[in-house]
Design a protein around this ligand. Structure first.
Ligand SMILES: Cc1ncc(COP(=O)(O)O)c(C=O)c1O
Length: 397
């Protein structure tokens, strides 16, 4: 009999749609996938070479559970340079991917019954991790007209005497929302007033467009720095999703707790991937690589917006970061495609699959009016995929 805690975990809807699309492709049907959650770029060669070097010199054994010292130093330098944050290596814990960092950090903050405020739409992993830690997620619906960003007032209204923590994800998956420095500062005031902790997931920080700038809430003064766990990693910035390197920067007490928890769960992250991550963070070539990836994503983002503007019934709030568009498709709800009624994001996604396009239903992220389209796929596929969506919408009646 599976434990209650684990049997409460919902299977990932994103994976379900991807599996369906894969099955169709395997049987020879053409399907354009808008589901990708990872950059469609290869890991740069200089990072791969660093990993080869790690193997050649036998860097293939355990490292300290919290990560190798050189990587922690490189992370501290990055945080100072990019985010104006001054951390000691003892405040850094390297994990097997940011997902693992998030799980350990949430466990280190949340006690049974504690409430954790999460703006919705949200990345679907957060509530599952909060649940595993024994906490209760309090969802706060954000508004499209506010760019799907929680306001200070909305945050304040959701706080009770059980609230322990607030999860902030900017740039955001699935909406692409990026909070400005001013918006972050107004949320920080509420956090400080109520003495809360923040888990700030900044994994998409380098993927911002159209003048948007990433600002870390940990930079809002001493109180916030002492109450924030910054979560980041190599996956999205350096196109290293398979290497599994994430990290936290946290107050010493939390870093210590995460490190000892991790020493019993996963122990250290892969030594070879850690070694290569030092190169990714320190190499001058990284700036060029990231700038080029950002340029390509921005080109696709602009193209998608232009095309979707031309399709009746579809609306969106301009995404300024990550590589997703969150598109409101509720304008066609109540109508039908080939006799199949569309009354929510799941039936929309199901019907779109018949037209050869795989999209992720927004209900997976807490908003049933929308679908998520990823532009981490080739321009050629984006063009063809949007053509199909336009035709699909036309055929709905
Ligand atoms: C918002 C967000 N945080 C964290 C992650 C996980 O990153 P990692 O590959 O480092 O576990 C993802 C991956 O999709 C994400 O979208």
């Amino acid at each position: 009999m599976v434990s209650k805690k684990v049997s409460n975990i919902k299977p990932s809807l994103t994976l379900e749609i991807t599996a369906k699309a894969k099955k169709m492709k395997a049987s020879g049907i053409s399907v354009i996938g808008f589901g990708a959650g990872e950059p469609d770029f290869n890991t740069p060669e200089y990072i791969i070479n660093a990993a080869k070097h790690a193997l050649d010199i036998g860097f293939t054994k355990y490292t300290p559970a919290s990560g190798m010292q050189e990587l922690k130093i490189a992370i501290c330098e990055k945080l100072l340079k990019d985010n104006g944050l001054n951390y000691e290596p003892s405040q850094i814990v390297v994990s097997s991917g940011a997902k693992s960092s998030l799980y350990h950090a949430i466990c280190a903050i949340v006690d049974d019954g504690d409430e954790v405020i999460l703006p919705s739409p949200y990345w679907l992993t957060y509530p599952e991790l909060v649940g595993l830690a024994g906490g209760k997620t309090v969802f706060v619906n954000t508004k499209a007209e506010n760019g799907y960003k929680i306001t200070a007032e909305e945050l304040e209204n959701a706080i009770t005497d059980k609230t322990k923590c607030f999860i902030l994800n900017s740039p955001n998956n699935p909406t692409g929302a990026v909070y400005s420095e001013e918006e972050i500062k107004s949320l920080a005031k509420v956090i400080e007033k109520h003495g809360l902790y923040v888990v700030s997931d900044e994994i998409y920080e380098k993927l911002v467009y159209g003048g948007a700038k990433h600002y870390s809430i940990a930079a809002c003064g001493e109180f916030l720095k002492e109450h924030t766990v910054v979560v980041n990693g190599m996956s999205k910035t350096y196109s290293m999703t398979g290497w599994r390197i994430g990290y936290i920067a946290a107050p010493v007490e939390i870093a210590k707790a995460v490190s000892s928890m991790q020493s019993h769960t996963t122990s250290n992250a892969c030594s070879i991937a850690q070694y290569a991550s030092v190169e990714a963070l320190a190499s001058k070539e990284s700036e060029k690589f990231v700038a080029e990836m950002q340029r390509v994503f921005d080109e696709r983002r602009k193209y998608m917006m232009k095309r979707i503007d031309e399709i009746p019934c579809l609306k969106y709030s301009e995404p300024a970061g990550a590589f997703y568009m969150f598109v409101d498709v509720s304008g066609v709800y109540g109508k039908a495609y080939q006799g199949q009624k569309i009354d929510g994001s799941l039936s929309f996604a199901d019907a779109a699959l018949k037209k050869g396009v795989a999209v992720v239903p927004g209900v997976a992220f807490g908003n049933d009016n929308c679908i998520r389209l990823s532009y981490a796929t080739s321009m050629e596929d984006i063009k063809e995929g949007i053509d199909r969506i336009a035709q699909f919408i036309k055929e709905i009646n």
